[in-house]
Write a new protein. Structure first.
Length: 117
């Protein structure tokens, strides 16, 4: 597998077979054999990977990274909310009527809280 680099950004991942079979073809306005390629795949943790000639580095600004992290946190909070929602009625019943929450429900809720903390 090789990564095509266009303007220092990843532009697709290709197998060696594809590159050999299509080496004499023009794809996206460039002869495949002239493509800039690397065998080093971009790290999944990079928001906007940029090739510096020897490795992939982060191309996102600190603000973009912070915004991405905030979006991840919002998604996790939404997932936690949805999981807890299924057993919220036990808590409401306890508050309104004093009926104890079963221990397995308390444990389940605590596991959900711990997983997202």
């Amino acid at each position: 597998m090789k990564v095509r680099i266009v303007n220092n950004e990843p532009s697709g991942i290709y197998t060696d077979d594809f590159l050999i079979k299509n080496s004499n073809k023009i794809i996206n306005g460039q002869l495949v054999s002239d493509w800039q390629l690397t065998e080093i795949l971009p790290n999944e943790n990079l928001l906007k990977p940029i090739w510096n000639g020897s490795e992939w580095i982060e191309g996102a600004t600190p603000e973009e990274i912070a915004e991405q992290e905030l979006e991840k946190q919002k998604l996790l909070k939404q997932q936690q909310y949805e999981e807890l929602l299924e057993t919220d009625w036990y808590v409401i019943r306890f508050i309104e009527r004093g009926i104890p929450i079963p221990e397995e429900i308390t444990q389940q809720r605590q596991e959900i809280i711990n997983r997202y903390s």
